[in-house]
Design a protein around this ligand. Structure first.
Ligand SMILES: *[C@@H]1O[C@H](CO)[C@@H](O)[C@H](O)[C@H]1NC(C)=O
Ligand SMILES: *[C@@H]1O[C@H](CO)[C@@H](O)[C@H](O)[C@H]1NC(C)=O
Ligand SMILES: *[C@@H]1O[C@H](CO)[C@@H](O)[C@H](O)[C@H]1NC(C)=O
Ligand SMILES: *[C@@H]1O[C@H](CO)[C@@H](O)[C@H](O)[C@H]1NC(C)=O
Ligand SMILES: *[C@@H]1O[C@H](CO)[C@@H](O)[C@H](O)[C@H]1NC(C)=O
Length: 947
């Protein structure tokens, strides 16, 4: 393969690699995407469906005005007649009202217990004593003022009649000729005046009430006849010398809470100003509380017409005499056509549904992020040279475009099926709102992902957020928003939770589109943002600020927690760390603490240590890896002593060497590799890879490093080809060099032919995944490669194949390999180190080690147990230094020092023995690496137990 002259990949190259990988990944996930996009479609369709069901239900006869079949002209044919008289209570509301009833005009008169009396704060002598409240006989006061008191007295005298007269042949007109009033609240419409259908009586006002002040009147309306009690209320005229005095009295008499003693209500106040015989001018105080516009409710009628009419009438009589009357005969609502009961579900449920639709992107983004974390793919990518910058840029942009496409589909679909929510509100406000929100949501997912390491948990929590936010928004937050007495400040605090700010925004859209639809105008426009009741502006500001803050915090936390560069970027630690970081290539001085340790070191190990110290003194060496007294100590927890995982490892590896690391489980091999690939930081000491310090220059090291982790870190849905393309691009391979490298790499691990390269990695067998991992670690010509048990789980044929690849690959790079297979170590490694309990016990090439630790043959012989002694004698004769190492029912194993025996003598002795007794089997073997390993490991552990 032609060596491509490539340096580390640039920002753009890395971004490009990640983008292409993500796009491929997305293409594979097409089913999930369809499911995702179809959610809003299904929800909108559901809304439309429910709406039509509801409409169908509402159109049933029981919800329509009642009808009856009546034989009107006696010919046996019946005709359908509809109206109130044929309807049940539920049906009345929808009936047409062709001729609405007429009601006598009424004054708003305070209930007897609230009528004005003389008190400390209204010490007017013309007001009655408060004893009248007990008997309920307080007069209804009318305040008046003006420039001419005597004129005012005349006018008031004309207003309040002397008696109550009723002409039973025309009750309604004669009621209107008197002055009637009510303490009941008026209604929205005057189809039925509540004054005649409440438990309170209708009052007739006159100068003086006589003894029997209550009477009953029969009122006949078009279709209904009823009895109405009419009580007398004395009309009291009270002159005040200025309008200020009237104001003051009204203000003080207002009913507040339960402080009953303060209440002093009046019928009305009149200020006749400069009225004289040429000029009529009047101001009237009336109580507008009765318009009852709490919240967003429509405004009720107010009983003010009659008080204006009374004043005008009084002035007319002052000018023209008592015979003149300007009669205000009745109040009558306009006719009403038959109505249908309507329930617009999209405005009722829309906010909740759409909150769900939008917020469900959150668990999607979150689980994608946590997946890469859980599968350690993020670290894997980083170890192969993907920087944080490109990762963040591309991941963010990627989720943003997915969210945008999703929102676009949603809004377009909603508009197409004609939901007013979308069509009436200004699209530019919608765009800005949704855009800011999805940005906030993505940043939030990045932040939250830092706290999860399991996709399932993250997904569950994500969906709980989705449904929780919607339901809490709909059934709690919305009440707070609508409750005008709830402090606005607390609403803002609640809106700091993004789910609620989304809910609020959608709620405002729904409100505006609903009223817009109702009034036949438009929904929210930019100008409406300044409405005091519109929460959209607050929400937009909150979301923008929160987006920026969350994004910053998420990036910061990511840098601190997932820091795999071996260098914590936490500001606090920076200074502390600089002190410890050894300067580049500083020779390591003998350390006090390691003295005892050095003394018991084997000569080969201390030789390696000296070599390292020598190398560190040289200004430049071409060694690929130099470890300088690398240590890792895990602090003890719960009173346990500190755990020494690696105790001062020194090692130098030239390029072209494959170093095999053997050792029992828990010996510290993985801790060592973790430090070398930047997953953990050394406690002390450091290592130089290609001259770069792992404490400070991990990012640089990543560009020339390959890792084959113990567990395959692969994307289930990407093919082998795509994996290698991605990692190749990260290693700055381009164009034809890239395809060529990928092809060769696949061929070398035998994954190229038979369509294997195009199969998704999730469908690979364990061995194929392993081979792909090895190929990944070797792509892009890294100078240093770490392989953690590369051949576990492989069948012998694949294993041989893999060995060939590694052997070929080690030519121009340094490889550190851990393995439990002695055979593998012997085949692949130029040098071996046996690592026990955190330190190297021996180091050397396999032959040396075998010679050093295994200077003996193993002789095995099986006979019947009666001849055991004879065999032993024979062996003693062959080699006086022989040691029996194993004996069981006739089978014995001896160790024969090599220098004492000749192989020919052994054969001779066995032949002799065969002539004397039956030999079932026998054998002579040279020591294997396995024997060496067991011996070294056992020796070291025995030593550690003793010490
Ligand atoms: C007040 O009104 C009465 C009745 O119209 C009139 O006789 C009298 O002159 C007026 N007084 C003043 C000061 O204008
Ligand atoms: C009562 O009303 C009827 C009809 O308007 C009228 O003819 C009659 O004179 C009235 N009676 C009195 C006493 O005003
Ligand atoms: C109004 O009446 C109050 C007491 O009733 C009196 O103290 C005040 O001086 C009067 N003001 C005028 C302008 O007459
Ligand atoms: C106006 O009406 C409200 C509601 O009934 C009452 O609480 C208040 O006291 C009234 N104010 C006056 C000045 O009558
Ligand atoms: C005011 O209006 C609301 C809703 O329209 C109604 O529920 C309430 O009973 C009204 N208040 C009074 C005192 O009539």
């Amino acid at each position: 393969m032609a060596e491509p002259a490539h340096g580390p990949a640039s920002f753009c190259t890395q971004a490009n690699a990640l983008l292409r990988k993500n796009l491929t990944y997305q293409k594979r996930n097409i089913k999930t995407n369809i499911r995702l996009i179809s959610f809003p479609f299904v929800l909108c369709l559901l809304l439309v469906l429910i709406q039509s069901l509801v409409n169908h239900e509402l159109n049933k006869a029981s919800n329509k005005c009642g009808c009856k079949c009546i034989d009107t002209n006696g010919d046996g044919q019946c005709e359908k007649v509809c109206g109130i008289q044929y309807s049940t209570v539920d049906q009345v509301g929808t009936c047409p009202i062709l001729s609405p009833p007429e009601w006598p005009p009424l004054l708003q008169i305070p209930a007897p217990q609230y009528r004005a009396v003389k008190t400390d704060f209204t010490p007017f002598n013309d007001l009655p004593n408060d004893s009248c409240r007990r008997t309920g006989s307080c007069p209804a006061t009318i305040l008046f003022t003006g420039n001419n008191q005597s004129l005012g007295e005349i006018l008031l005298g004309n207003m309040v009649p002397n008696s109550f007269t009723l002409n039973s042949s025309d009750v309604l007109v004669s009621l209107a000729q008197n002055v009637l009033g009510s303490a009941s609240w008026p209604n929205l419409y005057n189809y039925l005046d509540p004054a005649f259908f409440s438990d309170q009586p209708v009052y007739e006002v006159q100068q003086q009430c006589t003894g029997n002040s209550s009477s009953s009147v029969t009122i006949q309306q078009s279709s209904l006849t009823f009895q109405q009690d009419v009580s007398c209320a004395q009309g009291l005229r009270s002159w005040r010398n200025s309008s200020l005095a009237v104001n003051d009295e009204l203000y003080k008499g207002y009913r507040k809470g339960n402080q009953e003693r303060q209440i002093n209500e009046v019928v009305a106040g009149y200020d006749f100003l400069n009225t004289n015989s040429n000029n009529f001018n009047v101001s009237i105080w009336y109580n507008s509380t009765y318009k009852n516009d709490t919240g967003n409710a429509p405004i009720s009628l107010v009983r003010v017409g009659r008080s204006v009419n009374l004043a005008s009438n009084a002035y007319l009589q002052f000018l023209l005499g008592p015979a003149t009357k300007m009669l205000f005969e009745f109040v009558k609502e306009t006719p009403q056509p038959e109505t249908e009961v309507r329930l617009d579900l999209s405005s009722l449920l829309g906010t909740l549904f759409f909150t769900w639709v939008i917020i469900q992107l959150f668990p999607v983004v979150l689980s994608a992020l946590v997946y890469e974390k859980e599968q350690k793919l993020r670290i894997m990518m980083k170890m192969h040279g993907l920087g944080d910058g490109p990762y963040w840029l591309i991941s963010y942009a990627y989720f943003l475009s997915i969210s945008s496409i999703y929102m676009l589909c949603f809004v377009i679909f909603g508009s197409v099926i004609g939901l007013k929510f979308f069509t009436l509100n200004d699209y530019s406000i919608q765009f800005v709102f949704y855009f800011i929100y999805i940005n906030l949501q993505i940043s939030l997912a990045f932040l939250v992902a830092a706290f999860f390491s399991n996709v399932k948990t993250a997904t569950v929590v994500g969906y709980i957020c989705v449904f929780g936010s919607g339901l809490l928004g709909g059934f709690l937050f919305q009440f707070f928003v609508e409750d005008t007495s709830f402090p606005r400040g607390w609403i803002i605090v609640l809106e700091l939770y993004p789910g609620f700010s989304l809910y609020r925004g959608l709620y405002e859209f729904a409100q505006y589109s609903f009223t817009g639809d109702y009034m036949g105008t438009h929904g929210m426009r930019w100008g409406d943002l300044s409405d005091s009741k519109n929460g959209m502006k607050d929400v937009l500001i909150i979301m923008v600020v929160e987006w920026l803050v969350v994004l910053f915090v998420a990036y910061y936390i990511d840098q601190v927690t997932s820091s795999v560069s071996g260098k914590s970027r936490m500001f606090l630690f920076e200074r502390f760390q600089k002190k410890r970081t050894p300067s580049f290539r500083r020779p390591s001085l003998p350390r006090q603490g390691s003295k005892v340790f050095v003394q018991m070191e084997k000569p080969d190990v201390s030789q390696e240590r000296e070599k390292v110290e020598q190398l560190l003194l040289e200004p430049s060496t071409d060694y690929a890896i130099v470890c300088d007294n690398l240590k890792k100590v895990y602090p003890g927890r719960d009173g346990n002593p500190d755990k020494f995982a690696v105790r001062g490892l020194s090692l130098a590896l030239p390029p072209g060497e494959c170093f095999g690391m053997l050792g029992p489980n828990g010996a510290g091999k993985t801790s060592f590799i973790s430090m070398m690939i930047g997953l953990t930081k050394p406690t002390s000491g450091t290592a130089y890879v290609q001259g770069l310090d792992i404490q400070t220059h991990m990012d640089g090291i990543y560009t020339s490093m390959g890792v084959c982790p113990q567990h395959d870190l692969l994307w289930e849905t990407l093919t082998g080809w795509e994996h290698l393309l991605f990692y190749g691009r990260l290693k700055n391979l381009k164009g034809s060099a890239l395809t060529q490298a990928v092809e060769e790499s696949l061929k070398s691990v035998n994954l190229f032919y038979g369509g294997v390269a195009e199969k998704q990695a999730g469908k690979y067998s364990g061995g194929m995944k392993r081979r792909l991992s090895v190929a990944i670690s070797l792509i892009g010509d890294p100078k240093v490669v770490y392989m953690d048990e590369p051949s576990t789980g492989l069948d012998p044929a694949s294993r041989n194949n893999l060995w060939k690849v590694v052997k070929h690959a080690k030519q121009d790079r340094a490889i550190i390999l851990t393995t439990h297979s002695m055979e593998e170590a012997e085949v692949l490694c130029d040098r071996l180190g046996i690592f026990v309990d955190g330190s190297l016990q021996c180091i050397g090439n396999p032959k040396e080690l075998k010679a050093r630790y295994g200077g003996s043959y193993v002789f095995t012989m099986t006979t019947s147990s009666t001849y055991e002694e004879e065999v032993e004698n024979m062996v003693q004769h062959l080699s006086p230094g022989a040691k029996r190492i194993y004996q069981i029912s006739g089978t014995q194993k001896f160790e024969l020092p090599k220098h004492e025996v000749k192989i020919a003598d052994v054969f001779q002795a066995v032949e002799n023995a065969k002539s004397r007794f039956t030999v079932h089997a026998w054998g002579l073997a040279d020591t294997t690496l396995e024997d060496v390993f067991i011996k070294v490991a056992r020796g070291a552990q025995a030593f550690n137990v003793l010490s």
